[in-house]
Design a binder for this molecule. Sequence first.
Ligand code: FAD
Length: 401
Amino acid sequence: MADLDTFRQETRDWLVKNAPPAIVGVASSDLEGNWGGKKATYAVPEMKTWLEIMGARGWTAPTWPKEYGGGGLSPAEAKVLAQEMAKLRIPPPLIGFGLTMIGPTLLQFGTDAQKREHLPKICRGEIRWCQGYSEPGAGSDLAGLQARGVIEGDHMTITGTKVWTSYADKSDWIFALVRTDPAAKKQEGISFVLIDMATPGVSVRPILLISGASPFCETHFENVRVPLANVVNGLNRGWTVAKALLGHERSMIADAFGGGGGGQRTSRGSALLRLARKHVATDGERIADRVLRDRIAQEELDTRAFALTVQRARDAAKAGHQPGPESSIFKVYATELNQRRHELMVQAAGPAALGWEGPGFGDEELELTRDWLRSRGNSIEGGTSEVQLNIIAKRVLGLPD
Ligand SMILES: Cc1cc2nc3c(=O)[nH]c(=O)nc-3n(C[C@H](O)[C@H](O)[C@H](O)COP(=O)(O)OP(=O)(O)OC[C@H]3O[C@@H](n4cnc5c(N)ncnc54)[C@H](O)[C@@H]3O)c2cc1C
């Protein structure tokens, strides 16, 4: 404990000395550049400096081994670092699929050469990753995917189409599933491949969403040559890797919507409460409408309880526990919580939430409707709620088919 107290004090001193003042308290909506990569643009330029400082220390990935660019911290030390950053209102220097999805998967399944090649670049935020799983005919039935990888010597040639590829247009590399043995049972003929998006034959086309933004793309592969050294866990053994990565993805989604990111509070309460106080009648500090007040209180209680549960799972993950099928429970709960929160926000704002663009509405109001519409996708991305309920029934509760 004494060691941990010393570590806490040293960490706090280091953060105070090294964090650029301009990044303190930066809102999550201004963290776009934090995804890193060659095409990163920073709403707050000092965030780039912060990424470089933390990347050099390995504290973008605090628990990853130092030899792969991480901080080599113990789970307890990493928790102290996160706590001190939160107290000082210092935002994370780096977020994204490198840290949360492909990095942990490579740590588990990658060869030493793959780890040495990719993990340090993830830690320094040099490369942004996207995910090439879904296809026009393979979403929930992911193992039905058709993108083909034909082996030719020490390369494979990939042809096929991936869809709903989040941020493909902003990413440098993609981790993708391709069929390398069409004769095998469908789960057994799949390989997990790392592909440089700059390889000839890769093209992306943004897709417009109901929220008005285009965060994801259709990604097409036309005779794309990829070295076999980029196959993770060996040819035709990609399904195991794919499932492990989905566990990390579902934990990340739960963390973002229900744990760390969901319903963040300031001294004036959650965003939901602040919004309600602004738009509906109050009785002192209280929302006057009893029904709305009750629904907001329930949402806040559920969010708080869930955040604590996620924290417990996060601690277990730092101690080396790989997320299993139970991550599906978190995914369903977190996404439903987030959707409920956005519905309440729109309801509380009333007519102020009807704006789409143009004058007459503030920036926060214009974002409300779009964020609410975006939240509809939460129960689809990373595997739909129905599919998660099937996983929970079969693999957590052990119910028969
Ligand atoms: C915002 C967002 C971001 C995404 N980002 C990515 C990404 O970066 N990379 C990527 O590869 N994919 C991504 N996806 C795709 C996502 O993984 C798929 O949309 C999802 O797996 C569902 O597949 P589908 O759209 O083909 O729907 P379908 O599989 O066609 O499902 C249609 C409906 O049928 C239901 N259904 C299907 N099978 C069953 C079953 N066995 N039992 C009960 N109900 C069933 C589903 O629940 C759903 O309601 C993203 C999706 C969204 C919405």
